[in-house]
Design a binder for this molecule. Structure first.
Ligand SMILES: [Mn+2]
Length: 315
């Protein structure tokens, strides 16, 4: 089994450096820092590091480590939750002695000596818990901090157990994780509490979104609008899901104007949207994907493409 290879690699190396994707979410942070906690709890003599830029809104989960270049020389590098090499936070990932990819996104870019990708699971945190279950007979231990981190990633990537990727196994893992001693209420507050400016922007989006007869919906947030609401482009990403429970919407797109590009965020309740994302320098899951365009004319083209797949999608 592939987890056997990963378990022996972890046992073999004294230095292990764990990466994840840029613009991290709770699953990226949770899988990265959760795996670090598991290895630390199991093998106190190993040096384990989590690297990548810090995301202030996720600092309550974990802090990143500073790692000198020379540490990579004899290190095992593990990359969590990152489909393609270009999106790995901290591009030194290929400087280690061995590289492992652990992910649940479509395996478009098979970087790594060992590639463990399962697109059927809800989250990379679910995979890390799978790994732990296979590894516990080999001396691996899970502590409360690791349980909290893995639970955070599962909750984040399943939209609190709502998305179809949530399986019986997801619930079983979650049920086992909550038996560890961590404060679930505090965790939910950390993930879901929003600032008043974000709440006001949410109200604005709900008043101004466009809904086509096809079930396609689009939202454009210009730099000017973001400025008026005092919301950064990165923080506005929290609001993408806000259209998800509006009746009649099949798929939707957010355009978020940044300094040098317009970020495209696609979501769907049926039509496959990652093909559209791939057409505009992006990618992702069939029902949740991202891309970027340079002009509002290009944004119109994305809307046309999304409209087409909503028209042809019947269900
Ligand atoms: Mn994920």
């Amino acid at each position: 089994m592939i987890t056997d290879n990963i378990i022996s690699a972890i046992k073999k190396y004294d230095t292990i450096i764990i990466h994840r994707h840029v613009r991290p979410d709770p699953d990226a942070y949770g899988s990265q820092a959760g795996l670090k906690e598991i290895i630390n709890a199991s093998f106190p003599n190993k040096q384990v590091f989590a690297v990548g830029e810090e995301e202030p809104s996720l600092n309550f989960l974990a802090k990143m480590d500073n790692v000198q270049d020379k540490m990579y020389q004899h290190a095992l590098v593990i990359v969590c939750d990152t489909a393609n090499a270009a999106r790995i936070a901290d591009q030194r990932y290929d400087r280690g002695a061995e590289l492992i990819k652990i992910d649940h996104h479509p395996n478009v870019d098979q970087y790594g000596d060992t590639v463990w990708v399962d697109t059927a699971v809800s989250s990379t945190c679910e995979l890390i818990y799978d790994l732990y279950l296979d590894a516990k007979d080999h001396g691996f231990r899970l502590n409360a901090k690791a349980a909290m981190l893995l639970y955070a990633g599962i909750v984040g990537d399943t939209g609190r157990f709502l998305f179809p990727s949530t399986s019986k196994k997801t619930f079983q893992h979650a049920a086992e994780l909550v038996t560890y001693n961590f404060d679930r209420s505090r965790l939910y507050e950390g993930i879901y509490n929003i600032q008043d400016n974000i709440a006001r922007l949410r109200g604005y989006i709900l008043q101004h979104f466009k809904l086509a007869e096809s079930g396609m919906s689009s939202v454009r947030l210009t730099r000017q609008e973001l400025k008026e609401f005092h919301v950064s482009p990165a923080d506005s990403g929290q609001l993408i899901g806000v259209l998800g429970d509006i009746e009649g919407i099949k798929a939707w797109v957010f355009f978020i104007e940044e300094d040098d590009q317009i970020r495209v965020r696609l979501r769907s309740k049926g039509p496959v949207v990652n093909d559209i994302a791939a057409k505009y320098n992006g990618g992702g899951h069939p029902m949740a994907a991202g891309a970027s365009v340079n002009t509002w004319e290009e944004a119109d083209m994305v809307v046309d493409d999304l409209e087409k797949i909503c028209v042809t999608y019947s269900k």
